[in-house]
Ligand binder design. Sequence first.
Ligand code: KET
Length: 399
Amino acid sequence: MMFSHLEPYAGDPILSLNEAFQKDPRADKVNLSIGIYFDDAGRIPVLDCVRRAEASMLAESAPKSYLPIEGSAAMRTAVQHLLFGAGHEAVTGGRVATLQTVGSSGGLKVGADFIKRWLPQNEVWVSDPTWDNHRAMFEGAGIAVHTYPYYDATTGGLKFDAMLDTLRQLPARSVVLLHACCHNPTGVDLAPEQWRALIPVLRERELLPFLDLAYQGYGDGFAEDADAVRALAASGLTFFIANSFSKSMSVYGERAGALSVVCADAAEAELVLGQLKATVRRNYSSPPIHAAGIVGRVLTDPALRAAWETDVSAMRERIKGMRRSLHAVLQAKRPGRDFGYFLSQRGMFSYTGLKAVQVDRLRDEFGVYLVRSGRICVAGLNTGNVERTAVAMAAVLGA
Ligand code: KET
């Protein structure tokens, strides 16, 4: 046997839990495991703007050739406008290299491979905690991964001073992975003024920021959630940004994302784009054409764009409403505790502070699924399940 020596794959903690949920026969089960937006009926929505974009693609019935290595030109330009604003000097000056990627996961991996090849001494620092796959991806690219302080378990907020202290000690050109908005798993973000305090540290230490923007629109709005991206670009720093449309357009399986590198000038951006293309060619060769068709149309057609913005606002507001409902019930059930962090944390996730044994009880006794770190996907709550989910949480929290 060729492969009898293989270690069995334990499975991904998030994806396996989502599969276990699907198999659970209980009718009143609640899925707070994976970072997917569900509507108030518990369904993954197909946005009307996406349906209309697809209808126009079907009507055109254009040939499905390979896209260029770097992806669709229309989508890449539209992504730059979405991230930086159309008139941003970094965009008009041509100093941003953007590729369409296979989801933002593809962008993270292409970026990691590029860093390993061209800055081979550099190591990566990620927030403590972060999305588990960040570590797996960078380690998979052969890069050592460390953490900087981030989440403060005593307040449910940010350890900003400790974070800065650690970043001030890093070797020059270290890569610092930052969540641009709606931090996964904690929902704890830097405030705009904290981003502005961070930038001088990044510059003085000559650090290389790598922004992950997977939840644009789920915090405060498209432009607001790109504030960190725009502030970094305005500061003249060189940095990476992987952005996703999985959540914002509800097109998870289309694998729609992009990688952008903001460079010092247009000549450097051209060099970077060339080597990013080389990285892609020897990985998956070129990105998906259907994803490019959807994203390109929704971002550039004024009617589709307006419909998209309306839908994302509604999704964002629904999540905020669920935060308020969860908070109200928990606060009433456990008046001695402060659950204010459910209101201050932003985006799809909150860190409940539940311990792994409590998470296990929630799943086994109440059919409520969340990852064992205590992260919940707030978008799995709806008017039909939020009350009993909160009651179940209060029950396992103990005195
Ligand atoms: N970054 C972050 C921070 C993130 O939460 C995800 C997905 C991704 C990137 C990847 O998204 P893509 O679809 O490749 O553009 N997170 C959810 C799903 C998963 O784990 O794959 C999650 O955390 O549940």
